[in-house]
Ligand binder design. Structure first.
Ligand code: NAP
Length: 271
């Protein structure tokens, strides 16, 4: 089934160009495709130049929009300077910070410290830097939108993905505060909280394919996020009722369940 597209009003409100951080595959490529079909010009960022150029060329050819590809690692130490350069290339009405699933699974102490620090750079430093720079320009213009893509993992601590879950929590709470600060300035901020989604990165992560957890399509996650921009600070792809049920459960039981689910997803023996 084709995901519903944003309408012409969306292009007027957030166009004419979107920047997608992590736009070469998975949910990011689905955002790129849906925005291009709506008429947005795009700038796409990812590390792997080959995949990025192939996605950009395909979208430009199919939808006749302008697509710039900028290979970049969002964990680099000079990200603030690079982000400022990137944002000065065009006026962006919409910025989507999607990259962020790159995590090794395992006990925190069994992984190198740098794995956790890399996640903090990718999921905390990066969103803070792009939010500060991009939203400053949008506030001056009195229009624009920003989407931070987070995860259900950010709702509760979980063994095996302890640092990943903690960094995804940062994105949710940041978006809530920014939404409150900027709504009155004509600028919309949304945290799109994805649930298990079928993406190339997820497949490469060593996930057990028949773990019993149903995965959403990247297209459905991107479409839902675009539809909810401007409606409030957070959209849960899994549905509000799932989150409300989680909030009603004892916190320790949630961490126990989340840790067991992580073990099952990645074929780890939790004993
Ligand atoms: N897939 C899921 O089941 C799931 C579930 C919940 C939440 N999410 C969230 O959804 C978002 C997208 O996840 P995903 O599964 O598509 O995987 P991902 O590893 O976040 O990859 C998405 C895009 O980001 C790019 N990227 C990754 N690390 C980067 C870096 N350091 N610098 C620049 N670009 C980078 C990737 O290209 P390169 O690898 O070439 O850089 C790709 O274009 C993430 O924020 C994730 O936390 C995903």
């Amino acid at each position: 089934m084709t995901a519903p597209l944003p309408d012409a009003g969306f292009l007027n409100r957030y166009g004419p160009r979107a920047l997608i951080l992590g736009g070469s595959e998975g949910i990011g490529a689905a955002f790129a495709e849906q925005l291009a079909r709506t008429g947005f010009d795009l700038t796409l960022v990812a590390r792997s130049a080959g995949t990025l150029e192939a996605t950009g060329a395909d979208i430009a050819a199919r939808y006749g929009v302008a697509v710039d590809c900028r290979p970049m690692d969002l964990t680099r130490p000079d990200l603030a300077e690079r982000a400022a350069d990137l944002l000065s290339e065009h006026e962006y009405g919409l910025v989507i910070y999607n990259a962020g699933a790159t995590h090794g699974v395992g006990l925190f102490l069994d992984n190198p410290l740098d794995l956790a620090r890399n996640l903090i750079r990718l999921n905390c430093d990066g969103p803070a830097i792009f939010s500060h720079l991009a939203l400053s320009a949008m506030r001056e213009r009195g229009r624009g939108g920003m989407i931070l893509v987070s995860s259900m993992s950010g709702l509760v601590g979980s063994g095996y993905v302890a640092a990943y879950a903690a960094t995804k929590s940062f994105e949710m709470v940041l978006a809530e505060g920014l939404n409150w600060e900027l709504a009155r300035q004509g600028v919309d901020v949304l945290c799109a909280v994805a649930t298990l989604t079928d993406t190339p990165a997820m497949q490469r992560s060593g996930m057990v394919p028949d773990s019993g957890f149903p995965a959403m399509s990247a297209e459905a996650v991107a479409s839902g996020a675009l539809q909810h921009l401007g409606t409030g600070p957070i959209w849960y792809a899994a549905g509000d009722e799932v989150v409300e049920a989680m909030r009603a459960a004892p916190r320790a039981a949630l961490t126990e369940n989340a840790s067991r689910a992580s073990a099952r997803l990645w074929g780890i023996d939790p004993a």
